[in-house]
Design a protein. Structure first.
Length: 426
């Protein structure tokens, strides 16, 4: 039995490493290289379609299959990092990204570009999943959520600017310049990790393995509860992102540029939520921070639902104003529930992180499509706001019905430690 409060042994070297700015920058770089590369190409999609003489829906596959690659990478790279170590798996993944990015530069047809983009995501997303495992290797459970929030907050600044950067590169130098930039970023990240990142994975207990890790995680109510809480919270983002453009442009008759400006307000609220999470995490348990986030999610989503029923939020200010409350709380929920999930079995943090990331991206593609349907096939915001409220309720339900109470968890861990000490004495 593995309690959710388990902490790996720490050394003085770990403490120095964990508090360094170098480690923070490495975590940001490895986490951000894949999603930033995703958004850099988005402004160039119309140019790709015209350059290769294909329909825009085919060019869109450079984005959609990229997301599939991210999902596949998470379920593969996480368990591999538990077995072979964080550093070698991460370096192998980033080298694959570098090679695939070079292939993108020289692609002379769209199918080849799409295939290279899939491999680019498969390698680059190794940083997304392994970064969470590294954070759990280095930090005690109560600090993991704050560190994940800190990494996300720094990364989001670059991520929010990446579409603009991609558009400027394409306009000034052509679409291949985007892949030159991605190749340079991936290569720089690989070199930095090779030079500055030591192995952080602790020695595994005898008898461990992928099947054992998966079995112990899936039979843990705490892991399933925290994981579902994180995954369901992320689906709120996918649902709103999928339906938002249709609501603002089609239903409200506003321009695409105005939608982009309004959508940026929700991203800003999510960024500020992560900043506040970093500020308050040292003084509160991650369960308390999750409940704070859940309360804000429910308050914002219920308000939006009420406005929809009354026909009030047919203006962007109402819709996005309350959605900012949802996103502010969402930051607390996602980072701290992720911390809880990867802390159930610290020696299997990679597998836990991979399973969580795979479900998040896999369901996200479906929920995003559903959000687009709800936003594009109705003349009111009610379907999309109702869906977000249901997701908020489901998210809270995982904490109520699946995650054990804190006092029960502490008792179980004390029993486990006593059993281990007794077996060691025998």
């Amino acid at each position: 039995m593995h309690g959710v409060l388990g902490k790996p042994p720490r050394t003085a070297a770990d403490d120095g490493l964990a508090t360094s700015k170098v480690m923070l920058m490495l975590l940001v770089a490895m986490t951000g290289v894949a999603p930033i590369s995703l958004y850099l190409l988005v402004p160039a999609l119309p140019v790709l379609a015209s350059t290769f003489g294909r329909d825009i829906s085919i060019a869109q596959m450079t984005v959609s299959l990229y997301m599939v690659g991210i999902a596949c990478s998470q379920i593969v790279m996480g368990p591999l990092s538990d077995r072979f170590g964080r550093r070698p798996v991460l370096l192998a993944g980033l080298l694959l990204m570098v090679a695939a990015s070079v292939a993108c530069i020289f692609a002379n047809n769209l199918p080849l570009l799409i295939a290279a983009r899939f491999l680019q995501a498969l390698g680059g997303a190794s940083g997304m999943v392994i970064s969470r495992a590294i954070i759990r290797d280095l930090y005690p459970r109560e600090r993991v959520g704050a560190m994940i929030s800190l990494v996300i907050a720094v990364m989001m600044i670059a991520q929010m600017l990446s579409p603009l950067t991609g558009g400027l590169l394409e306009t000034a130098f052509g679409w291949r310049a985007i892949f030159y930039a991605i190749t340079a970023a991936a290569l720089a990240t690989t070199i930095a990790i090779a030079l500055a990142l030591p192995e952080t994975r602790r020695n595994r207990a005898e008898g461990g393995g992928f099947r054992g890790d998966v079995g112990s995680l899936l039979t843990s109510r705490a892991f399933v509860g925290f994981m579902l809480c994180q995954v369901l919270a992320s689906q709120i983002i996918f649902a709103f992102a999928g339906g938002g453009p249709y609501i603002v442009v089609t239903q409200m008759g506003r321009s695409g540029a105005e939608y982009g400006a309004w959508f940026a307000t929700t991203a800003f609220a999510y960024l500020i939520g992560n900043v506040f999470c970093v500020r308050y995490a040292p003084h509160h348990s991650l369960e308390r921070l999750i409940w704070l986030g859940l309360a804000l999610q429910l308050t914002g989503s219920l308000s939006n639902l009420v406005w929809s029923i009354g026909g009030i939020n047919q203006a962007p200010a109402w819709l996005f104003g309350t959605q900012m409350i949802v996103m502010f709380g969402n930051a607390f929920v996602m980072s701290n529930s992720a911390a809880g999930a990867i802390s159930v079995r610290p020696d299997a943090a990679g597998t836990a992180s991979g399973a969580m990331g795979f479900l998040q991206m896999g369901l996200g593609s479906l929920v995003s499509q559903s959000g687009a349907f709800l936003g594009g096939h109705f003349a009111t915001t009610l379907p999309i706001t109702a869906a977000i409220f249901v997701l908020s309720l489901a998210c809270a339900s995982t904490m109520i019905f699946l995650v054990p109470r804190r006092d029960v968890v502490v008792t179980e861990q004390l029993i486990e430690q006593a059993e281990e000490e007794e077996s060691g004495m025998l």
